[in-house]
Design a protein around this ligand. Structure first.
Ligand SMILES: Cc1cc2nc3c(=O)[nH]c(=O)nc-3n(C[C@H](O)[C@H](O)[C@H](O)COP(=O)(O)O)c2cc1C
Length: 411
């Protein structure tokens, strides 16, 4: 499975020769700025059908963070960090180029050394990593943007070669996930993970809080806890990966315990008004599965209300795949159950995003793939300009090419 837990038919990384990349842009990723057909005659007043009139371009606020518009850049792993899992200077250019997004959510970022599951992904738990991130956050702020760090523990979606001391990856239960890990030497099958002891779970919770404080030190406006895409928090939530018989397994309440403890620790560390959470209730990414996700996620979302989070970010459907993978799953009910700003993601184009905001189905829309090849996505959505398509060969790993060299539209 690709780094973001990105849904694909196989397990492939563009950077690795001989592997098919995980991402094929769907035809629908072409932004439809208007329905086809004749345009109405322009008036002397503002064109009432102009994309620029969309509430997408209105300012808003998530928790304590003021945003210039309602467009978020979804977290996108690009596997280009350097030694010590420190972001390299090209990340400064990359994020600054995309700073017209109302909110940038960073690529998934390790909370500890054992949290890592892919080659060349960054962390935010050492001083060197903080220093690597600081120019990124400064550059985004200098352009009027806002940026939160996505805090990540991969759990079982890892490999000993990515772990300290070549240890086995950890998980709620010792259940081997299907799929392969993206290591520095190529793809390797995920091994059977080791089940975490209760005192180790407490340490992982503390690691999230530490990373959140380090993210603030690095200048991030806040964090997004990565509870999605089959990684550690999602592994605890869903019964396909959690067979524990202690207070962290079994009932919906017990399987939600780890998530809620992480949320509590992070909000205590940096404030709830700077803490967001990403969930993906029905994605099959990274071998995630649950026998009955509706009541599980309903309970989790209701419990989250007591924290007053800055936002809840929902991957609606299979990450990067069909939105209706579980046709009767009711995301609108979850949105209504959550008492705070709701960011919707997955397969949105301008028309869908505009309608979702107008109809109150979301407060912000996160765009993932469209931001890769369109650093000025906000401007393109506003003007209805065509979107460039990303090069699949340079999604994960490598240098500036396919990362910082996608041009903005000529002025
Ligand atoms: C190259 C790539 C990397 C991704 N990395 C992450 C990640 O680090 N964290 C995450 O939560 N999702 C990740 N995703 C999933 C995206 O955030 C998003 O959910 C998905 O692309 C669907 O949104 P879209 O249709 O707007 O692209 C990644 C997707 C892609 C294509």
């Amino acid at each position: 499975m690709a780094p973001g837990g990105f849904a694909s038919r196989g397990t492939h990384m563009a950077a690795m020769p001989g592997h098919r990349p995980p991402y094929l842009p769907p035809a629908s990723s072409q932004i439809a700025s208007r329905p086809p057909g004749p345009r109405p005659a322009p008036s002397l007043e503002d064109d009432p059908l102009s994309n620029a009139d969309s509430p997408l371009f209105q300012p808003t606020k998530v928790g304590a963070i003021e945003l210039a518009n309602r467009i978020a850049m979804a977290p996108l792993t690009r596997s280009r960090a350097g030694a010590g899992d420190v972001p390299r200077p090209m990340a400064v250019t990359y994020y600054a180029q995309r700073a017209s997004a109302g909110l940038i959510i960073s690529e998934a970022t390790q909370v500890s050394a054992t949290a890592k599951g892919y080659a060349w992904t960054p962390g935010v738990f050492t001083d060197a990593q903080v220093e690597g991130w600081r120019p990124v956050t400064e550059a985004v702020h200098a352009k009027g943007g806002k940026i939160v760090a996505q805090l990540w523990h991969v759990g079982r979606i890892s490999h000993p070669s990515l772990q300290p001391g070549n240890a086995l990856p950890v998980a709620p239960s010792a259940i081997t996930p299907k799929g392969q890990a993206f290591t520095e030497t190529g793809f390797q099958p995920h091994p059977q993970p080791r089940a975490l002891e209760v005192d180790e779970i407490r340490q992982v919770v503390a690691d999230f809080a530490h990373a959140a404080a380090m993210a603030r030190k690095a200048g991030f406006d806040g964090v997004e806890i990565h509870g999605a895409n089959g990684y550690l928090i999602d592994q605890f939530l869903r019964d396909g990966s959690n067979h524990r018989t202690d207070e962290y397994g079994g009932s919906i309440q017990n399987r939600s315990r780890f998530l809620l403890e992480v949320v509590e620790a992070v909000t205590q560390a940096i404030g709830a008004d700077r803490t967001g959470l990403r969930l993906s209730p029905v994605t099959p990414a990274n071998d995630a599965s649950d026998s009955n996700p509706a009541p599980l996620f309903r309970y989790a979302v209701e419990q989250l209300n007591r924290f007053n989070l800055a936002f809840l970010h929902m991957v609606e459907g299979a990450t990067g795949g069909p939105r209706d993978i579980v046709p009767d799953f009711d995301f609108t009910a979850l949105r209504r159950a959550f008492h705070g700003p709701y960011i919707a993601n997955n397969g949105y184009d301008f028309a869908m995003a505009d309608a979702a905001i107008r109809e109150g189905r979301a407060d912000l829309i996160a765009f993932g793939r469209p931001f890769i090849a369109n650093p000025d996505l906000v401007e393109r959505l506003k003007t209805g300009a065509p979107l460039a398509q990303p090069d699949r060969e340079t999604l994960y790993g490598g240098g500036e090419h396919g990362y910082t060299d996608y041009p903005a539209l000529a002025a």
